[in-house]
Design a protein around this ligand. Sequence first.
Ligand SMILES: [Zn+2]
Length: 843
Amino acid sequence: MRYLLGLLACSFFVFGTLTAQTPKNTSTADIYQSIEKLNFLGTALYIAAHPDDENTRLISYLANNTKARTGYLSLTRGDGGQNLIGPELRELLGVLRTQELLAARRVDGGEQFFSRANDFGYSKHPDETLEIWNKEAILGDVVRTIRKFKPDIIINRFDHRSPGSTHGHHTSSAMLSFEAFDLANDSNAYPEQLATTNTWQPKRLFFNTSWWFYGSEEKFKEADKSKMLNMDVGTYYPMIGISNNEIASLASSQHLCQGFGRLTTRGSEDEYVELLKGDLPYDKTNIFDGIDTSWSRIDGGKAIGDILYKVQENFNFKNPTSHLPALLEAYQLLQKSTDDHWKKLKTDELTTIISAISGLHVEASTSASYTNPGEKVDVQIQALNRSDLNIKLKSIFFNNQDVAIDETALNNNESFDKKVVLEIPNTTKFTSPYWLMEKGTLGTYTVNDADLIGKPETPRAFNTTFNLEINGVAIPISKPIIYKYAKPDKGEIYQPFEVVPEATASFADKVLIFADANQKRIPITIKAHKDNISGTIELKHGAGWQVDKKSQPFSINKKGDEQTVFFILSPPTTENESSISPIIKLNGKEITKEMVTIAYDHVPTQTILLPSETKVVRLNIQKAGENIGYIMGAGDEVPTSLEQIGYNVQLIDPTTITKESLKKYDAVVLGIRAYNVIDELKFKQRFILDYVKNGGTVIVQYNTASRWGSQFENIAPFELEISRDRVTNENSEVEIIAKDNSLVNFPNKIDENDFSGWVQERGLYFPNNWSEEFTPILEMHDKGEDSLKGSLLIAKYGKGNYIYTGLSFFRELPVGVPGAYKLFSNMLSVGKEKVETKAKIKG
Ligand SMILES: [Zn+2]
């Protein structure tokens, strides 16, 4: 697998927007394929909603078999999902998934685009999605991508005609694409975009259908296919020794944080697309049939095609340099074309081919991963010609800064090496994902520079342009400056070169809960990104909160080192929600950012600057009981949250559970999806239920119904059926239907206000059927749907209490939602009422 991946990284030529830092080695087979691709002037755009929605088989087929320029527009960056490989969530998960998509495209040969839409969580219906996304803005982003990418063909992953049948984001992506198909060519639509691009009419719109959308393979077999095309995407590419579906599997296996590492498939496989707009092709295996994809489609293209088709036809695999005169002639003709769109794309492709044919290696690297504005950095330049061609290095520029070298002839295999100093202007912007620079709304990122909208990542700040003369023809080659180093256990590593502030500061916790009037000691860690810095730091806070010192000095000698300072923060006397943030004062500048680094082997290291901020919440929370046992399921932060309000939480290793071991706990809580992911629980379930029977409290958080059927007769002491019922609108009205129940009275009185300020959703996988021993406590529903009573259920069993809840405490507690804390505290306190009362009487 690893070997294949390495092979692929080498085999597939990189065109256009890809910014992997590692240099590509190209064989003559690669060069030949690039010439085939150079000679195809057609474009296809695939549109869906999330990272992993894309059909890599079809994208790879179009990019590698058809040779089309192929893009994937994912409306979101997948911020709302879960992360199987690390701690990144929400916007940071979006950054990681962006890079995983780029990694997938490096394998399947596609290009990647995004809109400003935020993956805010599940929605049942596109109406809800489009309201939260700001439909006008996101539709505009789809229109913009079409106008810039100029696809002949658009393919939707989802069906725009079946709202409510899948995730609202999915249907929305298809509906927006359906609308944008025509709007892109309407100069009255989004006219502000026309200052930097022009209108464009795609020719055909398809829906990438399959049996899944028909309910079964049998039904699909019988379906009317008169408007469908099909392609065998299992086709084998003998030139590189791999089949299309193998490439597709490797591409989707890049989605590691979603657990998409998968087996490779091989062999014939049909893929269907249904025509939605435009004319039906005559050849129903070729989506471009009838569309001019030859050089003749552009101004001056005929003469270029006459040259390049011959190169393709008579390609010399043993001595590809023999084609250089023809390629240079085509290059010069192309510069005269008035078609700016294709001129730029094909010039880049031709430059890459010419450079590959001459074995050219040009590189500008630093030995430091980052610097600061105003600094000077050593850059190592290398230029190497590995052919007999006559190549001269005329000049080198860092952006617009002339490096002033002497004109040099690059003789065969004689390296030109030079160390030069790059001055970083004071005005240089810090490296960070552009869509996270400003605070966005729930559904949409704020991007002030419209030129960036649609781009997968922030363009690199520094490019080196090598102005070469090859056989007398001037050819500039541009490369980002990269950071290069060697690791003894990994070998040579290429990473992005970044610009960061001189220092950043961060808190240990993102949310601090003050359950009573006690003050807390707040650590702030200052990290130096420059040698010898010293300054002061302050803690900014809201009204009613008090801090012990106005400011504190700090001083750090070495770049990369840290210093931690402490402030004492006292909460207000009454309930309050606010935030605190550090202000670093350094050399007359104020810095309020924290720096987060995302580093994995399968993607380039990412540096993200975010506002450094911690939410502080003063609660008046009552609780009974102290010792909580927590059985971690698929992973959540609930234990840390409970510790914040003063519980003593112990994580329980399921293998250690015995008949006696749970007795010491006031309550035992099962983490999300515990029964889905911990096989051991099937042996320990009887001890858990015995614990309840003997007077304990067990709280089970949400599980999905899909997996436990084979393992457990029932996870509860009484009949309880889990369904797919969920309430996705976090603001939906909640009615307390068991007003006298202890869960909404002791020790905290719960009312409707405790359900305000919730995030992402109310809850999921609610039971829809339960035996009479259970008491439902709450009733809630999404707009236009039936009321659900299964979100919070309690049953007396023996001397104890069994609670099942699909409410999303795992989302609400970590972000500090006061009502969620009170309700959870009540769940933990169930059954303690009498004890407390007795104690009071005694006292
Ligand atoms: Zn999806």
